[in-house]
Design a protein around this ligand. Structure first.
Ligand SMILES: [Zn+2]
Ligand SMILES: [Zn+2]
Length: 132
C-alpha cells in the first residue's frame, strides 16, 4: 500500500496479529476499520471511536485520499486547545494518522478505548518514534 501522505511504500507491522500499515518515510499510520476492530477486540468500541462526538464534529474535506477507495477523506480536528488532525475515509474504510497522532488520539480518548490496546499501541509507536 502506498503512503497516503508521501506516497512511499508502507511496511506492514504486525501488532498482536493485526496488520497495521506504517510509513518509514514520514511516520504515518494507516488503520483499516477492520484492523481497528481486531485491535480493539470489540466492534462496539470501533463504532464508539468512529462516531465519537469529537470525531463527528468539525469535519472538513482534507487533501488526502483513502488508499482503498481513492476518494478524498474528511479531515477531523480532534480535541480542544491544540487539536490533532486525523483523516477518516467517508466510507469508513479506515483512518490515517500522521506521525505521533495515534498516540495523541489515545491520550485524548483516554479511558474510552480498551486500555490494553492503548498500552500496546503506545509501546510500539512510542518505541518506533524514538528510534527514528
Ligand atoms: Zn509517508
Ligand atoms: Zn475509502
Amino acid at each position: 500500500m502506498k503512503c497516503v501522505s508521501c506516497k512511499a511504500t508502507m511496511i506492514v507491522l504486525e501488532l498482536d496479529q493485526v496488520e497495521v500499515d506504517y510509513c518509514l518515510e514520514c511516520g504515518g499510520t494507516w488503520l483499516d476499520s477492520g484492523e481497528l476492530e481486531l485491535l480493539l477486540e470489540n466492534p462496539d468500541e470501533v463504532k464508539k471511536l468512529l462516531h465519537h462526538p469529537a470525531l463527528s464534529g468539525k469535519a472538513e474535506r482534507g487533501d488526502k485520499k483513502c488508499p482503498i477507495c481513492q476518494k478524498g477523506m474528511n479531515e477531523i480536528a480532534l480535541g480542544s486547545g491544540k487539536p490533532v488532525h486525523i483523516d477518516l475515509c467517508r466510507k469508513e474504510h479506515g483512518l490515517w494518522f500522521d506521525r505521533g497522532e495515534l498516540k495523541e488520539i489515545i491520550d485524548i480518548l483516554g479511558g474510552e478505548v480498551n486500555v490494553k490496546v492503548a498500552d500496546l499501541l503506545q509501546d510500539i509507536f512510542g518505541e518506533k518514534k524514538n528510534k527514528i
